[in-house]
Write a protein that binds this ligand. Structure first.
Ligand code: FAD
Ligand code: DLZ
Ligand code: SF4
Length: 507
């Protein structure tokens, strides 16, 4: 036999590098549903269902296209339960001359892959993942000798290198970044378009039954299930975003509304991260909408920045800094994750709503993840290991390469400021400005202290007090520490007492 080509569950792209020189007659494609991947953290039911259904559809399409598929289902007899076990079994079955695989999205998988050659006595070629616009080598070169990395400068390089939203050497519209125009709150009167929904076919229904019976104790609602599970479906979801949501994506990018988890976001993260969509095609579709006058620049630039800026930047940081990145805890945060992150059983309405959205859809949009769920974790000093695990479990788009820098870097400042120039800490006033959650909360966002006061208010000042030595010298936090320095001793004592009472009662 020829080559054994291993396709992992998040490598569902026909032009994946491991298939580049595939001989359809001689080579075999191995895809496997394995217990270890489904349970190394107890992923949300919808995440497992999405991935297994997408894997099965992809395998069928590839078989129809003439490839030799060796597809191992979770329930198949003899399934060893791990990537290594399935590669070993496949090597014994097919006796290939070598194994070819594309670089994985998680360090633990790479670590394992690097042992395969020796363990199974066969050549193993691990190829670059060319689905990203910036190679790991190019990112390393960019990062080399910089004391601090900043997304904005990386993003500008990406715009220039790939000639995206450029007018010659200048950025389209004269500015690189329209973020200042992307912070409008939303009111309940907005007409938010319905999101993409795909009716499950027989293959997906079989996966839903499998997940319901096998992973019943995992977090989250399995049904209703409406995610696309094929490239065709993912392209339809992208097209629907470009026509219906993109025009307002910028303006309401940071806004949150109760009962409106989807807002004007694209909901394509799970498709991008599993390979059903390619970053450049999403970016080009948005750029075309701008050129056709169908979407304004603030929306298009904002969307493109997320994909060629943040997405590529966090991946670069992950691979530059792993494995040390996983253990970082700059703020010495040690508080265990409270149970209500799973149950949603808390009187804080903003958290309850965001956890509820997450449980139902395996989705919450960026500001919910960052400024509600993440902000609370930061202010309370929740343990980074537990918080990382939570985020990896609960979102359908979560893979460690993208989840960890967002959590340890952007949210928790656990990396000491390598990714972000200051912590994204905020009081209840921010949540009140950007959402309508506070209107239905039993706490009062305008009260600063006492049993009815919004906990974010005193927790915010408590965080600044606790970390004064670390942040008082940070120029971007000067204003906050100036305000703190003007507070009376009584006020500070009240803040500290409220923080202690809250932590004792609620965490
Ligand atoms: P949109 O808002 O429509 O943005 C378009 C695309 O841009 C996204 O699909 C995504 O591919 C990319 N993008 C946007 N922001 C980021 C970012 N900060 N980092 C990387 N890519 C970005 N994204 C994941 O893909 N997987 C994760 O596990 C993940 N975990 C996160 C954890 C935290 C604490 C935070 C603050 C953010 C996290 N993000 C993660 C980034 C972002 O929140 C999601 O990509 C986004 O909410 C997905 O929804 P969407 O597709 O509607 O995105
Ligand atoms: C997330 C996931 C799950 C739940 N199950 C599988 C699986 O059974 N088989 C598979 O090939 N991939 C799965 N994945 C995705 C992998 O965890 C992912 O490929 C690695 O984390 C590397 O990015
Ligand atoms: Fe959240 Fe505070 Fe508003 Fe309640 S009052 S919803 S806890 S920010």
């Amino acid at each position: 036999m020829g080559v054994l080509r291993v396709i992992l569950g998040d490598q569902l792209s026909r032009d994946i590098s491991s298939l580049a020189d595939c001989d359809k007659k001689a080579d075999v494609l191995l895809m496997c549903e394995v217990w270890n991947e489904a349970t190394y953290v107890k992923h949300h039911k919808k995440k497992i269902a999405f991935l297994f259904a997408a894997m099965r559809h992809f395998a069928r399409e590839m078989a129809r296209a003439g490839y030799n598929l060796d597809y191992i289902k979770l329930e198949d007899n003899g399934n060893s339960g791990s990537f290594a076990g399935e590669v070993e079994r496949a090597v014994n079955r097919h006796r290939p001359e070598k194994v070819v695989v594309t670089f994985p999205g998680e360090y633990r998988v790479l670590d394992d892959m690097q042992t395969w050659a020796q363990r199974f006595g066969i050549a193993v070629e691990i190829r670059e993942d060319t689905r990203f616009l910036c190679s790991l080598q190019a990112f390393e070169r960019w990062a080399d000798n910089r004391k601090q990395l900043r997304m904005e400068f990386f993003y500008r390089e990406m715009r220039k290198t790939h000639n995206i939203l450029m007018n010659g050497r200048e950025p389209e519209g004269g500015r690189w970044n329209y973020d200042a125009e992307n912070r409008s709150p939303a009111d309940g009167g907005l007409r938010i378009p319905a999101p993409y929904h795909c009716k499950p076919d027989a293959t997906t229904r079989a996966v839903l039954a499998l997940v319901a019976s096998t992973f019943a104790d995992h977090f989250g609602d399995l049904e209703p299930f409406g995610y696309a599970v094929t490239r065709t479906g993912a392209l339809e979801a992208l097209a629907l975003f470009i026509s219906d949501r993109l025009p307002d994506f910028g303006t309401y990018q940071d806004a949150m509304l109760q009962g409106q988890p989807w807002m004007y976001h694209s909901h394509i993260g799970l498709y991008l991260n599993s390979g059903l969509l390619h970053p450049l095609e999403c970016v080009k579709a948005a750029e075309r909408a701008y050129q056709a006058g169908e979407a304004p620049l603030n929306a298009v630039e904002g969307f493109i920045r997320q994909i060629i800026g943040w997405r590529e930047y966090v991946r670069g940081i992950y691979w530059l800094k792993m494995p040390e990145y996983a253990g970082q805890n700059f703020l010495q945060a040690r508080t265990p994750l409270p149970d209500f992150y799973w149950s949603g059983d808390t009187a804080m309405n903003c958290l309850r709503q965001c956890i509820g959205d997450t449980r139902q859809h395996a989705y919450a949009h960026h500001i919910q993840r960052l400024m509600v769920l993440g902000n609370f974790a930061l202010l309370c000093g929740l343990d980074p290991v537990a918080v990382n695990e939570w985020y990896l479990i609960v979102y359908a788009d979560a893979y460690e390469w993208v989840e960890m820098p967002n959590v340890s870097g952007m949210v928790l400042y656990a990396d000491g400021g390598y990714l972000a120039s200051k912590p994204y800490a905020a009081s209840g006033a921010y949540i009140n400005k950007m959402s309508n959650y506070c209107q239905s909360c039993q706490y009062n966002v305008r009260e600063k202290n006492g049993p009815r006061a919004c906990p974010f208010n005193y927790l915010y000042w408590g965080f600044l007090l606790r970390n004064k030595d670390r942040f008082a010298g940070n120029p971007r936090m000067g204003m906050m520490y100036k305000t703190l320095s003007r507070m009376s001793e009584d006020k500070i004592a009240a803040i500290e007492q409220d923080c202690r009472d809250f932590m004792e009662k609620s965490l």
